[in-house]
Design a protein around this ligand. Structure first.
Ligand code: CDP
Length: 235
């Protein structure tokens, strides 16, 4: 049984969040997204010439995305270089961004997205995707929508939003983690993964809770982008 959350949050409550864009002057677009003790920064380069040339697409652009945990982001220093987990996360983030960015408007071009986790306390792929989509918007890429992402899941018998690492590791009754990413204005899910066990009915509730959480994150993302462009038009 998991009746009260370790950090006293309500079961459908997100951790405190921060979002800002334009944090890296030398990138075309950039953003930072923090949720609880998980923080991701993203930098976008391009659209630019495709290298290596043979991966170029005549009718559309391509996104190359790399997710990286900085060594000091976790209690046991993360090993530098891409491991299988980093490759998987980079791929699912790329798949989601491919739905958000209108690639058809960037033929023969390439966009590089670099994501760094400075602090990890679960939910890093979702925080990365949220930061990356804000960075793409900050870079002025043509987009269908921002991506808002958060994990929901089950701890013991309780359906929960935005699990911490401590909650993910809760063994009594087991924890289930379901990262969900949404194009909110289209109500389109662009990432959905499942780690653990749930019934069909529980999964429906988890997805509903995740979508509601994503809508809150969406508002924060939009506010961060508005702040940036209002400040720019003043200066
Ligand atoms: O981060 P996310 O929940 O998207 O992916 P995960 O593979 O389920 O990882 C869950 C959490 O495990 C991470 O957010 C980190 O807090 C932690 N982790 C770690 O401590 N050391 C690693 N090398 C990888 C993950």
């Amino acid at each position: 049984m998991y009746e009260e959350r370790f950090d006293k949050r309500k079961f459908d409550e997100l951790r405190p969040m921060e979002a800002e864009t334009g944090i890296i002057p030398n990138a075309k677009g950039s953003a930072r997204f923090k949720i609880g003790n998980t923080e991701a920064i993203a930098a976008v380069y391009g659209p630019e010439e495709v290298k290596p040339r043979h991966i170029e697409k005549v009718n559309k652009g391509i996104i190359v995305c790399k997710y990286d945990m900085l060594p000091f982001s976790v209690p046991d220093r993360a090993r530098p270089g891409m491991d299988r987990r980093d490759i998987e996360i980079s791929q699912v983030i790329t798949n989601a961004l491919n739905r958000a960015v209108i690639l058809e408007e960037m033929p023969r071009a390439m966009v590089n997205v670099r994501i760094y986790i400075t602090q990890a306390d679960a939910g890093t792929r979702c925080a990365s995707l949220t930061a990356a989509s804000m960075a793409c918007a900050d870079a002025g890429l043509p987009m269908r929508d921002l991506v808002a992402a958060v994990a929901a899941g089950k701890i013991g018998d309780s359906i929960c939003l935005d699990l911490t690492k401590e909650e993910e590791d809760f063994h009594e009754g087991g924890a289930t983690d379901v990262p969900i990413a949404l194009l909110p204005s289209k109500n389109e899910i662009v990432l959905l993964q499942l780690d653990g066990k749930v019934t069909r009915e529980e999964l429906k509730k988890v997805i509903e809770m995740g979508k509601k959480g994503a809508m809150e994150i969406y508002e924060l993302e939009k506010a961060a982008l508005k702040r940036r462009f209002l400040n720019e038009s003043k200066s």
